[in-house]
Design a protein around this ligand. Structure first.
Ligand code: PLP
Length: 431
């Protein structure tokens, strides 16, 4: 490490806050110099194969030439303009694509800067919908345990009550209704006890419930759990029967990760409100969106005060919208389904056998997502260090070692990724 970098890292460790970290940071963050495709180059010139896609974001790998080209063009013409009173081609063209690609009925697009805020807006839309219909008592949410929807106050209140930060902020968070998490397993035959439990809460409290909110098929940061499409289908039906809206958080699952363009497609449902984020720009710049139906937008617009009460400063940032347009066009022009199947097959062959290791509680795969759940929850830092030693980048949390690489990761890098992951796990499990 040269002196320049040593000085930078020293300052970082003392002054710069990292996600879910303390200061000064006892674990020095690793300096990164550049990225290309699925390779991350560190300050000391070591190269890592990326297993995280920067938290689900870089679905085509880093520095995609078409996305970069679009961003270069946009930055030279108009990096930003306020969206109040103005509109522009990047926002309109992106909205066109989102309306076309997302499940039927989602026709109205609200752009925001991050996933958490997309969920805030989703929740606000649901609340305002019922206020507009003169039913303000419908102001609470029903969700399932093991969910994750973001770190802002409204979203924290629907995150898993145990994994989330509920105990810390108990007095500041709204009390919502929590049903048991859907039974784990994508292709299981279920006795539907999970849906019955949700239904019981819904029937008892529907007069106070604005919406059910959940992540479709894959529960991400709240446990990396996969569940059956039939559950989601039944949730949709229950919402219709009980006059409750359905908010679906596709921030992690959207744009192909599970093998369908949107995870809702597994259950052939359309939600009333959908949140998108993470890989919307292919990981190049932050952008998120909340989509809803004509019915909800017009109800809000006909109610009091006749507007949706939200409007971020950087709403529909043109640079981010141009990146998203290029990103979606690259996705649709690519053989993404074949890539997801290729990664899924490889994960099934390499990761599922880890189930038989002592110390491993479970291994599961869906689409381009591989998860190894350990019995202990304190091995993450050791596994991460061992992964870096083995030339790969992982960011385990708690008991979960998981990977969701770029769809176009070259096969030899995919092999390096699983090989490194397996060595890191095996070494850390040694007595
Ligand atoms: C990451 C994530 C969010 C929050 O998005 P941010 O951009 O980090 O605010 C919300 N919901 C799900 C399902 C996510 O995976």
């Amino acid at each position: 490490m040269d002196q320049h970098w040593s000085a930078l890292l020293e300052f970082d460790q003392k002054h710069v806050w990292h996600p879910y970290a303390k200061l000064p940071n006892p674990v020095q963050a690793i300096g990164v110099k550049k990225t290309q495709g699925s390779i991350i180059t560190l300050a000391d010139d070591r190269e890592l194969v990326d297993g995280m896609s920067s938290w689900w974001a870089a679905m085509h790998g880093y520095n995609h030439p078409k996305i970069q080209q679009a961003m270069h063009e946009q930055i030279d013409t108009m990096p930003h303009i306020m969206f109040g009173g103005f509109t522009h081609e990047p926002a309109i063209e992106l909205a066109k694509r989102l309306v076309k690609l997302t499940p039927a009925g989602l026709e109205k697009v609200f752009f925001v800067d991050s996933g958490s805020v997309a969920m805030e807006v989703a929740i606000k839309m649901a609340m305002q919908y019922w206020i507009s219909l003169n039913r303000p008592a419908k102001n609470r949410l029903l969700t399932v345990k093991n969910g994750y929807h973001g770190d802002t106050f409204a979203t924290m209140a629907v995150c898993d009550p145990v994994n989330g930060m509920h105990s810390l902020f108990a007095n500041q968070l709204t009390n919502h209704f929590f049903a048991p998490a859907p039974q784990m397993g994508f292709d299981i035959e279920s006795d539907n006890q999970d849906i019955e439990a949700l239904k019981t809460i819904l029937l008892e409290h529907q007069a106070n419930i604005a919406a059910i909110t959940l992540e479709p098929i894959v529960q991400g940061a709240g446990g990396m759990r996969f569940y059956r499409p039939d559950y989601l289908k039944q949730v949709r039906d229950l919402c219709d029967e009980c006059d409750v809206l359905l908010i679906v958080d596709e921030i992690a699952t959207g744009f192909g990760r599970t093998g369908k363009l949107f995870a809702c497609e597994w259950a052939e449902i359309s939600p009333d409100i959908m949140a998108l984020g993470k890989t919307l720009t292919g990981g190049h710049i932050t952008l998120a969106a909340t989509l809803t139906t004509k019915k909800i937008s017009s109800t809000i617009s006909h109610g009091q005060p006749g507007i949706l009460a939200h409007g971020p400063t950087f709403m529909a940032n043109p640079l981010a919208c141009r990146a998203a347009i290029a990103n979606i066009d690259v996705l649709l022009a690519s053989p993404w389904q074949e890539n997801i199947t290729r990664i899924e097959d490889h994960f099934q062959q390499t990761l599922l056998p880890l189930k038989s290791l002592s110390g491993v509680a479970d291994a599961r795969v869906l689409g381009a997502i591989g998860v190894v759940e350990l019995e202990r929850d304190d091995l993450g830092p050791a596994i991460q260090a061992a992964a870096v030693e083995n030339g790969i980048w992982l960011r385990p949390f708690g008991k979960l070692v998981y990977t969701m690489p770029a769809y176009n990761i070259p096969q030899h890098q995919l092999v390096a990724l699983t090989t490194g992951l397996i060595i890191a796990i095996k070494n850390s499990l040694k007595p």
